[in-house]
Write a new protein. Sequence first.
Length: 318
Amino acid sequence: MPAEKILRVEIPPRLKGGRLDKALAELCPQHSRGTLQRWLADGRVRCGGAVAGRRFAVHGGEAVVIRMPQARPLEWRAQAMELGIVFADADLVVVNKPPGLVVHPGAGNPDGTLVNGLLHFDPALAALPRAGIVHRLDKDTSGLLAVARTEAARLHLNRQLKQRSAKRAYDVLVSGAVIAGGEVDAPIGRHPTLRLRMAVTGRGRPALTRYRVAARYRAYTLLRAELATGRTHQIRVHLAHAGFPVFGDPVYGRRKSMPPGASEKLRGQLRAFRRQALHACELALVHPASGEVMQWRAPPPADLAGLLAALADDARGG
């Protein structure tokens, strides 16, 4: 087994009087502050020859030695599958996830997930947290997902998400007639009694969703929603809170409505659509290595595209 890796840095005089964890966050940008603080808590950091904690005050000129633990490869196994890759280079992969595909292995889904496919595509992803995936999509949500291929790229993308500079837009079909665009600015946290659900709650974390009307149908509206934050189930929770839940949502949705006089074809398609009608259609970010602003778009998958076409025909009286 390879020996522990040793990282050595020196505290510059300009950081005199500051805390060691903050100094290391500046001197070691290739590692997250959380990782550095964990190493400090585990006694893996010596400053000036002594084991030092996160609040250790530095004086400038000290030699810092960090014993970095060996990365443990994930036990998830690689599996060949069609990933829907729309972009790939040495730092970044962008995939167009189909509906029904689970992102990470877990209880009830030990394999056959996006991560299993990514590990087949690039085994080195096993050394990265969450196999390099920096944001997630629910199983039944389709669309664009970014994956970092290096730790530096992962930290860069995470910073973009925290600073809200990465753009994520969604096509979302909702129940009801939405009059105009707007936003939902409401904190999201665990439901107080239904622990598998999220809810708008004063104890939650800040969350902001913006939306505009893209198309109107009878009994339904197609919205283009943009995330300013990335809370679990954010769009689904926010739009349900606003009174127009995502169509087909089994958790936060409402009973399916049939437009008066709808054709049997439309009725059949509405009944047959058994997932939330939510698709990550646009992703824009700064490339973590080149600094180039990059943007990708993905059309709705066949099931959602067919439903939207049927609703458009119905709205035209077809």
